[in-house]
Design a protein around this ligand. Structure first.
Ligand code: FE
Length: 349
């Protein structure tokens, strides 16, 4: 076994301190295959240094476990003993991605807090969370929780309304010290879902918006017509519209066209241009794209994460730039900038 990377150990220990890992707790690391052995070992050493009892649940690697845009089919399904072992821990560090799965919901219901970690170390450091992220995201959560309508508009032609209150609000600020709560290191955004059948309007994807499933910036406008919570038309002459149409059709599932979560990004160190600037896109996920400051995170597909019944495997996350966002008429974002002073990062207008 290689020596533990001192820098990685320092960063992981700081993260687990934010998660308030302490003596008397038990921490489980969940991984698949051999690929993340060093990360798993380093997390275990960090947790043990903080006084926790530590163990590792490792299952065979399944290539389909977490392919881009295909979620909810957890490799833990059917592995009852692994689930029971994880349930016995206070905290699970998930290196494989249980996202949206029944197994994850079962762990949360048992009071286990879960931290998903799938980005490589350089992204974990670049977007390392702070208590200020939590404060700002939770201040935004208060506003979103009480809203009855969310509206997004843009100069590109977007004008869409979500009726709210059927679904909870979910926050992500990159760490978790709350029993039963899930988070993803790194991130800083929040979201909810429109009520079933109550999302209507038009979303115009503009050049520079991001199709996360393809790690691609939109080049030519795409107009999505939304009626009663579903996309009913995808118009656009360019390749982006063709890609979206082809991708969604490939699932052969009418529920793929449902509108999913809606919210906005608040991370001042995440960058919109990141996918073009990085030299290591292959090994990275998309947390810069989902989190960058002032994006409207529009998405399609499943809603099981927020307690809904649509478990389609077709999920598109599409961060939109330069949008206005209103909650019951109060402006929260103004052309991609945060308009509410208490939600702003220090030094941002
Ligand atoms: Fe999503």
């Amino acid at each position: 076994m290689a020596q533990v990377d001192v820098d990685m150990l320092r960063v992981f220990t700081a993260e687990l301190e934010l998660c308030k890992v302490k003596a008397g707790e038990s921490v489980a690391v969940l991984s698949a295959g051999t690929a993340k052995g060093e990360i798993a070992q380093t997390f275990m050493i960090a947790a043990q240094k903080l006084g926790a009892a530590v163990f590792h649940v490792n299952i065979p690697d399944l290539a389909t476990a977490n392919a881009a845009g295909v979620v909810g089919r957890s490799p833990l399904a059917g592995n009852r003993r692994a689930v029971e072992a994880l349930k016995s821990a206070n905290m699970v560090i998930d290196l494989l991605g249980m996202l949206f799965s029944a197994e994850q919901l079962e762990l949360q219901a048992a009071g286990v807090r879960i931290l998903l970690v799938v980005e490589p170390l350089h992204i974990l450091k670049q977007m390392f969370p702070t208590v200020e992220h939590r404060r700002r995201v939770e201040a935004a959560e208060k506003l979103l929780k009480k809203a009855r309508e969310l509206r997004v508009t843009s100069a590109a032609g977007t004008d869409v309304r979500y009726r709210l209150q059927q679904y909870p609000v979910m926050t992500q600020y990159g760490y978790t010290d709350t029993p039963g709560r899930w988070d993803h290191w790194p991130s800083a955004f929040l979201f909810t879902n429109g009520n079933d059948g109550e999302v209507d309007g038009t979303v115009v994807l503009a050049p520079g918006d991001i199709l996360c499933a393809f790690k691609r910036y939109v080049q030519e406008p795409v107009t999505l017509t939304i009626e009663r919570g579903f996309i009913t038309r995808i118009d656009g002459k360019g390749m982006d519209a063709a890609l979206i149409r082809d991708y969604m059709e490939s699932f052969r599932d009418p529920r793929a066209y449902a509108i999913s979560h809606i919210g906005w990004g608040m991370h001042e160190r995440a960058t919109w241009y990141h996918m073009l600037a990085t030299q290591r896109l292959q090994e990275e996920r998309i947390m810069n794209a989902l989190s960058f400051y002032g994006n409207v995170l529009f998405s399609t597909g499943p809603n099981t994460e927020l307690g809904g019944t649509n478990d389609t495997a077709c999920h598109l996350d599409i961060p939109l730039r330069n949008c206005n966002l209103f909650l019951d008429g109060e402006q929260i974002l103004d052309t991609g900038k945060i308009a509410v002073p208490e939600l702003r990062a220090a030094g941002w207008q």
